[in-house]
Design a protein around this ligand. Structure first.
Ligand code: AHM
Ligand code: MG
Length: 338
């Protein structure tokens, strides 16, 4: 496709290849884009209009919500509930799935999202993002219950994220590779700027929150120790480390220049009764789909993320994703240790 292609045009042309496509999906994506543009504006102007800082409320996971978490969630809901394309939606910021209000028609898709990922970074003006995952609602499902959302990641129709950084970008997969679009503010459109994003198989860069080192399991310790030992260790070359604390920014870097990102299970999380830090349904699954479609891999260290049969909307999982050979190495270290 030519340079200068808008995201809408790209999706329309992609959907023309799908037999029986009705335009519902194209329209749903358009409404999602509009929501992301609105969130980009709010994030951009946050400091000027007094919407930085805490909202003094907690979400279902007991995390303090930022004002922009709440605003971004409202923007997504407002942009999507009336469209007629969704049977229901679920978000990191809402305890239960949100039914479509009775005055609006219902559609065949389910939308799951993290409206503002990495929101601990908002107040310090570091990149944050919106992550979304689109599933098909089960046949004949009028009012989706939690179980209807609990589909493995392999069932995703589409996954994407918007990153609100120096430029606002939208990165998307519908299962035919990964494409990145940059918001051209002068015309208000996302333009195809990064066609066919691919992750190099090898990397010299890893991302992990090192402050949790003493809580890690042995295979993760081993992998990171070997990276740090650099040219003097078994890897025989030096590695670089990055940690932004914003998964969207981390995944975006990996899609751009390779790398491995880990938020593994550790003793601290276990003591809190958690199976990981990141959420399966609206963080790990969509990012796993994108990373796999870009030629990378996404695992818990023990199983492929997208094959997990979910048992809870807000379920947490360990995450190891990025350059294929490195993820496979981490998985191998788990296998050897178990
Ligand atoms: P959030 O959805 O509440 O923002 O939390 C998810 C974020 C990820 O973007 C990031 O990778 C991780 O939490 C950072 O965690 P930590 O603060 O432990 O480094
Ligand atoms: Mg998040």
């Amino acid at each position: 496709m030519e340079h200068g292609t808008t995201l809408t045009q790209f999706i329309i042309e992609e959907q023309r290849q799908v037999p029986g496509a009705t335009g519902d999906f194209t329209s749903l994506l358009n409404d999602t884009l509009t929501a992301c543009k609105k969130i980009a504006c709010a994030v951009n102007r946050g400091g000027l209009i007094g919407i930085l800082g805490s909202a003094e409320t907690e979400n279902v996971q007991g995390e303090t919500q930022k004002k922009l978490d709440v605003i971004s969630n409202d923007v997504m809901v407002d942009a999507l509930e009336w469209t007629g394309h969704l049977a229901g939606m679920a978000s990191e910021e809402m305890d239960d799935p949100l039914p479509i209000p009775t005055q609006y028609p219902k559609g065949k898709y389910l939308m799951l999202f993290d409206p503002l990922d990495g929101s601990s970074n908002i107040d310090v003006n570091v990149s944050v993002g919106t992550i979304f995952s689109i599933l098909r609602a089960p046949e004949g499902c009028e009012n989706p219950a939690v179980e209807d959302f609990l589909q493995p990641g392999t069932q995703q129709v589409c996954a994407g994220y918007a990153i609100y950084g120096p430029a606002t970008m939208l990165v998307l997969t519908t299962g035919h590779g990964v494409n990145g679009f940059t918001l051209d503010r002068s015309i208000g459109e996302f333009i195809l700027s990064h066609p066919d994003m691919t992750i190099p198989e090898e990397t010299g860069e890893f991302a992990i929150n090192m402050s949790n080192q003493r809580f890690w399991e042995a295979p993760v310790k081993r992998y990171v120790d070997e990276c740090i030992a650099g040219s003097e260790g078994p890897r025989g070359r030096d590695f670089n480390m990055r940690w932004i604390a914003s998964m969207v920014a981390e995944v975006h870097r990996i899609l751009t220049r390779g790398g491995v990102f880990m938020y593994p299970l550790d003793e601290k999380l276990k003591a809190r009764g958690q199976d990981g830090k990141l959420r399966l349904m609206y963080e790990a699954n969509p990012m796993g789909f994108i990373v796999e479609q870009a030629g990378g891999a996404a695992s818990t260290g023990r199983e492929r993320i997208m094959e997990i049969k979910p048992d809870d909307l807000h379920q947490r999982v360990p995450v190891v994703l990025g350059s294929k050979q490195e993820v496979e190495r981490v998985v191998e270290y788990h296998r050897e240790a178990d």
